[in-house]
Design a protein around this ligand. Sequence first.
Ligand code: SF4
Ligand code: SF4
Length: 465
Amino acid sequence: MKPALAAVPAGSEQPFYLAAEKIYPREIRGRFTRLRKLAVLILLGLYYGVAWLQWDGHQALLFDLPARKFHIFALTLWPQDFLYLALLLILAALSLFFFTALAGRLWCGYACPQTVWTELFTWIEQWTEGTRSKRMKLDRGPWTLEKLTRKTLKQVLWVALAAYTGFTFVGYFTPIRTLSGELFSLSLGFWSAFWICLYSLATYGNAGFLREQVCKYMCPYARFQSAMFDRNTLIISYDEARGEPRGPRRRGTAARSQGLGDCIDCTLCVQVCPTGIDIRKGLQYECIACGACIDACDDVMDKMGAPPGLIRYTTEEALHGQRTHIVRPRMLVYAGLLLAISTLFVYSLATRTPLILDVIRDRNALYREIHGDVIENAYSLRVINLDRRPHAYRLTVRGLDRLQIAEPIGPIVVAGGTVATVPARLQAPAATAAGGVHPITAVLTSTDDPRISVHETARFIGPRS
Ligand code: SF4
Ligand code: SF4
């Protein structure tokens, strides 16, 4: 049967979209709040601090896009090292799957940039405008000098923080010390200024205004994370069997004797929720698993003389009196893949040779005859020193009898992190070079570190008969 359409009085207009209601999260103390604060401090400390770290004369973490080099502490990745980047991205995705299947939205609650910066902006808001009730009263009240002062101070601090966040972000792509010098001497380039403004605006908008709207409507992860959940995944849940029927009662009175559950319907769990949901309605995709409602409810239970855990980390199986299985097929698959790809990543990184050799044949001539009995082939050697230190390399060739190097005679010196193009000439007696194309191998070895050695196959061409 088709549902009947609700009658709309003639002349009245219904808005197509519901206006977002401003959320005023109540301040709360507790173990999960402490944990989140700790995570925020560590992550922000790393974000703002690592940009200034130096390593071996370079910025420790710098994604130098114009030079197409990523400096990651002792490691410099080139476009040729795309494999490592791909492996890192796969590892990050698998870790997200693994931890989500194990413990729900840990990422959202403690480590997501949206959570971290929103938390920081909320601290500033609480510091400048006061507690939840004061903030609500301030917003409802008329514009007074106090309101103007508090709001202005908040905006100044927000803008300063957003600007510094945008500046730091760009500092991971342009050396931050150079960037700060340019900023203070007012000689910032157009693109640097543009990206700083853009990221500052994004931080200000997302953490200051959009907040939970980002999690609810913009974040794709919120939409598909439930696909990684099962009945054994750790979720934050309200214990309905214990809490219902909810209702107010006096402190110290037994709930059951009054036909009530443990929930006193104080709504504190809703007031502290940064996304404004009521966890008592069940698992909702808006829940970012921050644990604030657990802290709030545990506090209430403590005051009421009831055991904590009416809202707690649990699993659907546990809520239905079943045993929770941590080890299950999907966990084993994720863990196995994580282990295999981590091993591959570490192994390939440990055995990486910081040198690339390309042997490019001279296209102008197949070969040259010298004195009638020597055949010469010309090449271009492209030597990429992926190491940060300069190296001298010695070239050797093999694969054809009495094949000799006419050029280069001495070692090839290449500065750290640069590419050198060197002409090369190889010669072989006409008798051995006869017969057309001969596969040969060029070997390039560092004179100061023989472990740095690469080889490349090439062709040596002689007369057909
Ligand atoms: S904080 Fe606890 S007691 Fe209060 S409404 Fe929420 S679930 Fe009920
Ligand atoms: S329901 Fe609880 S855990 Fe989920 S977002 Fe709200 S306060 Fe955080």
